[in-house]
Design a protein around this ligand. Structure first.
Ligand code: ASP
Length: 306
């Protein structure tokens, strides 16, 4: 199993030792939540959902509680989940007030005839499914509010909004991938997107094939980074295709997509992936990526910097 808590300009000068240890504790807790499911013989799907829920409930990460603010001062949340055994998938975009968007994505997958629900319709579906709904205050954090103010101030003085080298970062998107004892793979990703996003902007996170993909024949992938590039590169599916059609190993496919293709385009970020044999890859081309993994022998690590 592997999890991530977002990529970006994360270096030792950016976060204090106290913050670093809080991030590590959060990652460890989420990994434990997912790993416990796998250890008890549970499904990869349950494991990734539990891990992502744990990160959504942790206000340090940009998903669920503690998500970044959009330009309208709200939290517009995106999430998706995919089952590698059935190729079933569920996704939601631009939902507000839903406590755990990943569980809503799973409900879309299992309780509706659809794959992708948007905005107020998705929120109605969440209510129908009796999923927990929270007031705006639940999602509020001072740090994210400051980041919105800074982004809005910078936009006033900047001519172009599309600075590809410096995305209006929402560092802290979360995701999980897992292989269970039955040989099934699953992937899940959840985010608040980018700080100060406007016009209903949606990134790669809820786009099946871009930010999230799982297929028992190949691998499970969850991405984080500058979403526009990840959509255009169809990153998660590309990795699976390189394995299926070209016979590349997970390691080769990940290296090619993240260090080669994305880099050439200028797309910053990373991903976590696990293949059907349980090999794990956590490549990124950004300064850092909050990440953790553990294999069936219990070996693994929690890491942040390059
Ligand atoms: N990929 C996310 C998005 O573009 C953001 C991130 O992973 O940091 O919405």
């Amino acid at each position: 199993m592997a999890i991530h808590g977002g990529s970006g300009t994360i270096n030792r000068t950016e976060i204090t030792p106290e913050e670093e240890s809080a991030f590590r504790v959060g990652l460890e807790a989420a990994l434990n939540a997912g790993y416990a499911v796998l250890k008890q013989g549970g499904s990869a799907l349950d494991a990734v959902e539990q891990a992502v829920r744990s990160l959504e409930d942790n206000e340090r990460f940009n998903a669920g509680k503690g998500a970044v603010f959009s330009a309208s001062g709200r939290h517009e949340l995106d999430a998706s989940i995919m089952c590698g055994q059935t190729l079933n998938a569920g996704a939601v975009a631009g939902v507000t007030n839903v406590r755990n968007p990943i569980s809503l994505a799973r409900a879309v997958m299992e309780q509706s005839e659809n794959v992708f629900l948007l905005g107020s319709g998705a929120e109605d579906f969440a209510r129908d499914q009796k999923l927990p709904i929270e007031p705006d205050e639940y999602f509020f954090t001072e740090l994210r509010y400051q980041q919105l103010a800074e982004a809005q101030q910078a936009n006033k003085t900047q001519k172009t909004q599309l600075d590809h080298s410096k995305r209006n970062t929402g560092k802290g998107t979360v995701g999980a991938v897992a292989l269970d004892q039955h040989g099934n793979l699953a992937a899940a990703t959840s985010t608040g997107g980018l700080t100060n996003k406007k016009y209903g902007r949606v990134g790669d996170t809820p786009v099946i094939g871009a930010g999230t993909y799982a297929n028992n024949e190949t691998c499970a992938v969850s991405c984080t980074g500058y979403g526009e590039f990840f959509i255009r590169s169809v990153v998660a599916y590309d990795i699976s295709c390189l394995m299926a059609y070209k016979g590349l190993s997970l390691k080769e496919a990940c290296a090619y997509v993240v260090q080669d293709k994305l880099n050439v385009m200028g797309g910053e970020g990373g991903l976590i992936a696990v293949d059907r044999a349980g090999n794990v890859e956590l490549p990124f081309n950004s300064e850092g990526m909050y990440r953790a993994w553990r294999n069936q022998m219990g070996q693994g690590e929690v890491a942040i910097f390059a």
